[in-house]
Design a binder for this molecule. Structure first.
Ligand code: FES
Length: 104
């Protein structure tokens, strides 16, 4: 069973912009961005050492963690530095102009 939550409005996220949204009951915010028009949502914490990703940089489709600079391809979630690390991508659903993500 999925746990689907509303995170933001589609208009809250512009192409190339990283936005962090607090979700009640969830420790880390949900990061939402658009890459080539696709809405992408990921956890707001790095899978390397639990550093928040809200302060990270976005370069094209690559999210750079502010902790140690690891780079994650948001199209796949793959880490370019460590093949064992992956940034999970939440399934995204658009409903009536809002962005919903499946946390589970
Ligand atoms: S905590 Fe993100 S790269 Fe180390």
């Amino acid at each position: 069973m999925a746990l689907r939550v509303r995170v933001c409005a589609e208009t809250d996220v512009a192409e190339g912009q990283l936005r962090a949204f607090a979700v009640p009951g969830v420790t880390w915010p949900v990061i939402v961005t658009r890459v080539a028009g696709e809405l992408i949502a990921v956890p707001g914490v790095c899978p390397h050492e639990d550093v928040g990703l809200a302060g990270g940089a976005l370069v094209g489709a690559t999210l750079i963690c502010p902790g140690h600079g690891y780079q994650f391809d948001l199209r796949s979630g793959r880490c370019q530095h460590d093949p064992d690390l992956e940034l999970r991508r939440y399934p995204v659903t658009r409903i009536d102009g809002d962005v919903w993500v499946d946390l589970l």
